[in-house]
Design a binder for this molecule. Structure first.
Ligand SMILES: C[S@@+](CC[C@H](N)C(=O)[O-])C[C@H]1O[C@@H](n2cnc3c(N)ncnc32)[C@H](O)[C@@H]1O
Length: 367
């Protein structure tokens, strides 16, 4: 592959998801909290596999999208940008792509030193250089969002994730390219040990030979690794574009608010673009295009029904509890969807409701 390559539909879909998520993330972290008057002294975004900043047909790469979106944010006048406060850090290993990225940023934004945020672009190795760079830039003790967006070579040690997980209000996004799960044989076993935190953790995934099951078990294995690293909440999903190959994403955060913001971003990604988000837990449900809330008023997605059924197979539960489970354990569903699913499932005779009266979030239901 040359310095630039063609933008794949899954990458474009991933960029839309990042945009939506960052639109929510920046103001949450940069605006002064109204209740306490607290303003965070520093916020750092690390894009550790930055790329050359542009695709073959001119579309922007992640560093350009991230910076452009921040500088043109609707809440710009409330976010108090300054180079001391807001750090954007980009790492790229390949020399030609690193040089391209530098030139691209300069061409689009002018001298980086004149920007209202600090932009650090380094030629380096994500796994080795992320932590020292975050130390050099004084990122620790303040929120960090780490984006680890390699293609096939997911090679960032779990220790890096662990350090970020233990840092206050910090999150990571790790993506796995389309061929990662089938190409795993090419990878170095010792590297896998560092990425997953030990051989015993990943060998069961390696033993799964059915191709449509491999991605599920590998992704779940990585999600478990992020949990062990210290992220209290994790999301894992397959991002399915309308055409082309899917992409896989695992998100780790310490806060339910972060989880909700990522799910909101998934829901907002325009259904016109045809992407959908598939939960590794479901097999039967079709990967339909993302439904918007208007459509959701009328329909209950088969994936939602399948997930609630799975949850109820473990025993009866209160609707509210199922809602919490949907938030923390499933790729895209929110607490409010539990009641909607319960209503439809009762109508279809799939569940029984304990006690008489109206079905509410306090009702206990069973299969
Ligand atoms: C999937 S591309 C990044 C795409 C970019 N984040 C975007 O969304 O536009 C992966 C990039 O990581 C670079 N790379 C590969 N291994 C790396 C490593 N160990 N550390 C940093 N960069 C690396 C590759 O040269 C390539 O440019």
């Amino acid at each position: 592959m040359g310095v630039l390559w063609k933008l794949e539909p899954a990458t474009a879909a991933k960029h839309r998801l990042y945009q939506r998520y960052l639109d929510a993330w920046w103001p949450i972290l940069l605006q002064t909290a109204q209740s306490t008057g607290y303003t965070r002294p520093r916020v750092t975004l690390l894009d550790a596999f930055a790329g050359p900043g542009r695709y073959q047909d001119g579309e922007p790469g992640s560093p350009v999208i991230i910076l452009d979106r921040l500088l043109h944010h609707d809440a710009l006048d409330r976010m108090q940008l300054s180079p001391q406060r807001v750090h954007l850090v980009f790492i790229e290993k390949d020399r030609a792509r690193y040089e391209h990225l530098m030139a691209e940023l300069h061409a689009r934004f002018g001298p980086l030193g004149d920007l209202p945020v600090r932009v650090e672009v380094r030629r380096g190795e994500a796994g080795l250089d992320s932590l020292p760079l975050l130390t050099e830039l004084g990122a620790w003790g303040h929120p960090i969002l780490g984006i680890f967006d390699s293609w096939g070579s997911v090679n960032v040690p779990l220790d890096v994730m662990r350090r970020i997980a233990r840092n206050r209000s910090s999150e990571v996004i790790t993506t796995f390219g389309p061929n990662w799960f089938s190409r795993r044989e090419d990878l170095n076993l010792d590297i896998l040990d560092t990425v997953f935190g030990g051989r015993t953790f990943w060998t069961p995934a390696d033993e799964e030979l059915r191709s449509d099951e491999r991605w599920r078990i590998w992704l779940t294995t990585y999600r478990d690794a992020l949990r062990r690293a210290g992220f209290g909440y994790q999301l894992q999903f397959q991002l399915v574009p309308r055409t082309g190959q899917p992409l896989y994403l695992v998100f780790g955060t310490g806060s339910p608010a972060g989880l909700r913001a990522m799910k909101d971003a998934m829901w907002k990604v325009d259904d016109r673009d045809g992407e959908s988000f598939r939960d590794p837990r479901t097999r039967g449900a079709e990967a339909d295009g993302q439904l918007n809330f208007f459509q959701m008023d009328e329909l209950c997605d088969p994936e939602l029904v399948e997930l609630v059924t799975q949850r109820l197979k473990t025993g009866p539960a209160v609707v509210e509890t199922i809602g919490e489970w949907l938030l923390t354990e499933t790729a895209r569903w929110m607490p409010k969807h539990a009641l909607k699913a319960a209503r439809q499932m009762r109508q279809d005779g799939q569940i029984t409701v304990t006690g008489a009266g109206k079905l509410t979030t306090k009702s206990r239901i069973s299969l």
